[in-house]
Design a protein around this ligand. Structure first.
Ligand SMILES: [Zn+2]
Length: 275
């Protein structure tokens, strides 16, 4: 997500070597062994991002202008988050499926964030790093408002806008932080927290299947397609949950592959057993 952080005050000034040292220390403290580590600057494309293969060759790229707007304990928190990516999946490659591969890839990234925040809370709750990350997340709402504006003005694809918000917002219910629900209330997005809870419910279910990564991505892709049966446009404008006309078709098509998820979504649509 792009932010105009140029307008934010500078709070730190770490060199690439220092960032590398901080990141290495975190990996070491988390007991994560890597084969190689490359740290580089990529301005205006990413904020901070790790990429790694299954041999644990890791590349950390970050925008130094952005990183400098974080206090040093926030830098540690953000890099700890990135380390949790390495702790939770075998490699960072995303394989996408179906007729809307970009959206499905974005959806798989939401699932990955779910894994990471769960891991982050497990490892860091009660520490300064956890609190610093929580402070850092205050910034999210500014970016959500921009996305919302884009969707409401017809400039942003609603499903893409929805997934962008949820990619960051999934943090809040995982750690039991009410700020997202409060923000939704304030912006008349009454049912958005419920939609996010549905995804969270299904992500837990998928995680508990303990599938190998490729199989998991396939199931998450199906979950993503089922979730697209809810109109992102309505969800982000009037705040209601409305299933599109093609929802039953999607459920039928996917019920052969994942009976449970298709049934769960059908029940949500028909109100049979709304969680
Ligand atoms: Zn992440």
């Amino acid at each position: 997500m792009k932010m105009t952080w140029n307008s934010l005050p500078q709070k730190s000034d770490l060199t690439t070597d220092q960032v590398r040292d901080v990141f290495s220390r975190i990996l070491h403290e988390m007991g994560l062994t890597v084969n190689s580590l490359k740290v580089g600057i990529k301005r205006a494309v990413v904020q901070a991002e790790v990429q790694f293969d299954d041999k644990r060759n890791v590349a950390l790229n970050y925008d130094d202008y952005w990183l400098n707007t974080l206090a040093e304990d926030e830098v540690t928190a953000v890099l700890s988050h990135e380390s949790c990516h390495i702790a939770t999946i075998p490699d960072s490659r995303i394989v996408t499926f179906g007729p809307t591969p970009d959206l499905v890839a974005a959806f798989i990234e939401i699932f990955d964030e779910y894994l990471v925040h769960t891991e982050f809370a497990r490892r860091f709750r009660g520490t300064r790093t956890f609190d610093a990350f929580s402070e850092y997340k205050t910034r999210d709402f500014w970016s959500y408002e921009n996305i919302l504006k884009g969707v409401r003005e017809g400039l942003t694809n609603p499903a893409r806008g929805l997934f962008s918000i949820l990619n960051d917002a999934i943090y809040f219910p995982i750690v039991g932080d009410r700020r997202f629900v409060e923000w939704c209330d304030k912006n008349n997005l009454r049912k958005l927290p419920q939609f996010l809870d549905w995804l969270l419910h299904d992500f837990r279910l998928i995680e508990n299947l303990k599938l190998e990564r490729m199989k998991a991505m396939e199931i998450i892709a199906l979950e993503g397609i089922l979730s697209l049966s809810v109109s992102g446009q309505i969800l982000l404008t009037s705040g209601d949950i409305l299933f599109v006309d093609s929802a039953p078709e999607a459920e039928d098509a996917l019920s052969q592959k994942t009976i449970e998820l298709a049934d769960i979504w059908r029940n949500r649509r028909t109100g049979a057993a709304v969680k």
